[in-house]
Design a binder for this molecule. Structure first.
Ligand code: C2O
Ligand code: CU
Length: 474
């Protein structure tokens, strides 16, 4: 605790120049009761950071780090996180993708009161199922100020042999004090005034427009300071690719190698080779490749076009003369595996053969003539909840009637992605799904985790502009 305290003082009072925080601020502790509790201390505070390129600036951080420290446990262990809030406003932590008990889900005013400045909150839940997850603040715009980190739950008995493993967080940054909230942009109320917006909204309450980003980082480093993936010739390499970005979808590609997708959103799929990987906000992919061809980048193209820059990850072969890496070409003919090409491994969570008991249709729109983003024309919190009863099978049909893609995320559950062309047993499980412009997508899940669950677009600026509602058990 004293170390935590001291670090906080450093983080807050440390002047100017890039403070470096050693990695040891996460304290796995020995068992209290069952020999399985893993305890971590996360303190949320402003800290002076540098992404390797660009200016030093004040970000909002866990333990002074961006991204926050990796939490890595084994399936079945108990994660206990003591969050201490040193920020100037309320905060929470959400365990993105993990079907935690409802009071641990970390959504302010839905599952808990926001943790006030100076106060603490203890999160505790069983780590399951194994997979690649995120943790992040669910308060206001804090996600776009730096409050996120990776959460890895390893299988209890490790399967799948690989020689090395990397966690890659793909991050969009506004490299200014306080991050994404301070980017120069028009407050939406100006637009609203022009367009004739909702009446009675105080200007300061109007949602922020998406910022333009000026840095794309991998694990908190912008190219050329990105830490390379270092391999030996012949290694089988596992990459956990996570997208905690607030408003950027990436399309990744690597020349000279084939990526094999093994998991999406932590859930196993039948391994399938691809040249291109598209990953939306909140999504995760586990991929593998064999390092047999030195001299290439893993390169991400940014889809949304508001920001500038490039996201590059060098692959460095040990003992090989380093040559200038070759960019992958996003040329026609590259193999692009989409959701509809993925098949579940059928890991026991097969959707029942019965028809779903309830169907909710969710029309996604907004953006064109209003600063608000809507589901069925409603702006959260003035949005109808989706009532369900435990044990029911629920289907949600999205219809995106806007010109932007929306990565829709459901808390507390994995869902199956309905794919009418293939048998149900092979429908993949996810917790976040990109619904493209003018596309219709359906998901189906078993209502098996009672509570109030947030359901929203994982573009932070769409979520904060109303594209959300709550699934409620009765
Ligand atoms: Cu990462 Cu409500 O989500
Ligand atoms: Cu959206």
């Amino acid at each position: 605790m004293s170390m935590t305290r001291r670090t906080f003082i450093k983080a807050t009072l440390g002047a100017g120049v890039g403070l470096s925080f050693p990695g040891g601020f996460v304290f796995p502790s020995r068992s209290r009761a069952q020999g399985k509790v893993r305890e971590y201390h996360l303190f949320a505070s402003r800290a002076r950071i540098n992404l390797g390129v660009g200016p030093d600036f004040w970000a909002w951080t866990y333990n002074g780090l961006v991204p926050g420290p990796e939490i890595r446990v084994k399936e079945g262990e108990v994660i206990r996180v003591i969050l201490k809030n040193y920020l100037p406003e309320e905060t929470t932590i959400h365990w993105h993708g993990v079907p935690v008990p409802n009071p641990m889900d970390g959504v302010p005013d839905v599952t808990q009161k926001g943790v006030r400045p100076g106060e603490s909150f203890v999160y505790e839940f069983e780590a399951r199922p194994a997979g690649t997850y995120l943790y992040h603040s669910h308060a206001r715009y804090q996600l776009d100020q730096g409050l996120y980190g990776p959460l890895i739950i390893e299988p209890a008995n490790m399967t799948g042999a690989y020689d090395r493993e990397y966690t890659l967080m793909l991050e969009d940054w506004v490299m200014m004090d306080e991050g994404g909230v301070s980017a120069p942009r028009k407050r939406a109320n100006i637009l609203m005034g022009m367009m004739g917006g909702r009446e009675g909204t105080p200007p300061s309450r109007a949602p922020l427009l998406e910022p333009g980003y000026d840095g794309y980082a991998v694990n908190g480093r912008v190219y050329p300071e990105v830490v390379p993936i270092t391999v030996n010739q012949g290694d089988k390499v596992k990459l956990r690719v996570l997208n905690p970005s607030s408003a950027t979808i990436y399309t990744l590609s690597m020349a000279g190698h084939r990526l094999t997708i093994t998991h999406t959103d932590g859930r196993p799929v039948k391994p399938v080779e691809t040249d291109v990987l598209r990953i939306g906000m909140g999504e995760r992919y586990d991929v593998e490749f064999v390092a047999n061809n030195p001299g290439y980048w893993l390169l991400a193209a940014m889809e949304q076009g508001l920001g500038e820059g490039e996201l590059r990850i060098p692959i460095r072969y040990k003992g090989t003369l380093s040559k200038e890496p070759v960019k992958p070409l996003f040329r026609p003919g590259l193999r692009f595996v989409s959701y509809w090409d993925l098949r579940s491994l059928g890991s026991g969570d097969t959707p029942s053969s019965e028809a779903p008991e309830r169907f909710y249709s969710q029309v996604l729109s907004g953006g064109m003539r209003s600063p608000y983003w809507t589901i069925n024309g409603q702006v959260y919190p003035e949005a109808d909840p989706l009532p369900v009863t435990k044990g029911e099978r629920i289907r949600i049909g999205y219809w995106n009637r806007s010109m932007k893609p929306h990565p829709m995320h459901l808390h507390g559950h994995f869902f199956h992605l309905v794919n009418p062309d293939v048998p149900k047993e092979t429908w993949i499980q996810k917790d976040t799904v990109i619904v493209n412009p003018m596309e219709k997508v359906e998901i189906e899940f078993l209502a098996d985790n009672p509570g109030k669950w947030f359901h929203h677009c994982h573009n932070l600026y769409h979520m904060m502009a109303g594209m959300a509602n709550v699934l409620v058990y009765y």
